[in-house]
Design a protein around this ligand. Sequence first.
Ligand code: ATP
Ligand code: MG
Length: 422
Amino acid sequence: MNTAAVEPTLPMQSENFPVALIPRISIGIFCDNQQTGQTLQAASVDRRMSRAHVSIQLGGIAAAIQVHQTEPTPNVLVVESHADRNSIMAELASLAEVCQPNTKVIVVGHVNDVILYRELIKNGVSEYLVAPISAVSFIETISSMYNDPKAAPLGRIVAFVGSKGGVGSSTIAHNVSWAVSQKLQLETIITDLDLSFGTAALNFNQDSGGGIFEALGQPDRVDATLIDRLMTKLGNKLSLLNGPGGIEREMNIEAHSVETVLNVVRHAAPLVVVDVPNLWAPWVKYTLLSADEIVITATPELPSLRNAKNLVDLLKASRPHDRMPRLVLNQVGVPKRPEIPAADFGKALGIQPTAIIPHDPQNFGLAQGNGQMVFEVAPKSKSAELLYNLSEVVAGTQKPVKAASRFGLPGLMKNLPMMKKK
Ligand SMILES: Nc1ncnc2c1ncn2[C@@H]1O[C@H](COP(=O)(O)OP(=O)(O)OP(=O)(O)O)[C@@H](O)[C@H]1O
Ligand SMILES: [Mg+2]
């Protein structure tokens, strides 16, 4: 029997490879094992699965056959089996008799058998996953089945939010976007969701265009062409979708409008930096919970710590399969101000700061006054260096840990994506 040894694999790095949202499909799961049931239950409440309707029951292929003798099969049918190759093929032949032709079938098996894999695919099974599987790899599998591989790759959405007003979240988001696009040469779009008071246009010395207002006001009309028209070019590889920067117009923002707009914007560039205002509303919560990554900027003071802790606790609880938010401590070292030491701040949140940026009114003030970035007015400053390091982290261009050699992934397994997933 041509079985390959089961190798431990890296957990899915969802922060570096964004997973598209699963559409509004029905997914029926028939597990044969409690552990798989728990994992898929956890997957079903993940942010990327929130639109899908998922039902999970025990009983494996036999139960699926029984249930679907009278009920139509869902869009995706997931069946688990502990059986060997021949028994699985026989059971699936019976399942095929009750399965709707357009239902996609995923088999979760317990044998890492290349021949079985090939036979399943030949017989119309969409994927074969070897148990134990992880929630994120399961989500990724479903997502890839509904995502056109020829579509433009998905950009990562990185939401920047301040732990209170005026901590410097927008300034940091703009500087990071500038460095990622100009120095790291990664196409970046800044989306300023601070509609009335946003500073993106000011900080880049541009007239406010207000494009995002138009997009959020008519989400059904939003497509790549409209977004392209509404964006302001800030330079090579850097664009801005901004608010009107005024208080003449009012709008109730809906979470679904933000979702629609960001889902179009993320097809236009590999990195979408979203400037989220410091306020609490359903759409703000949605934006944070659905981002691929979150950067919380805080100043080393008590109110900032309390708010950051609340945000981190919410994000940790609601996004169990995502990486922790990143913490930037900003404006550290204001003369005569008592401050919470960075280590204590990090300890209280359970995350150490990714960057600690000093209070540097001279360079930040000059940059703001000129409508330029800190990199442009003070390229050799400590602030510029720290902002650059943060940009590398956000862009994911830091040298990765030697993961492959750590796990000794054999080349064969790397070429069999579905078989290597755990
Ligand atoms: N490290 C720093 N040292 C000195 N000044 C800073 C620093 N970081 C940001 N600033 C200044 O702080 C002010 C507030 O910054 P910014 O508007 O980015 O904050 P914010 O958190 O986005 O605020 P808001 O809640 O209004 O959105 C700006 O004038 C900016 O130049
Ligand atoms: Mg701001």
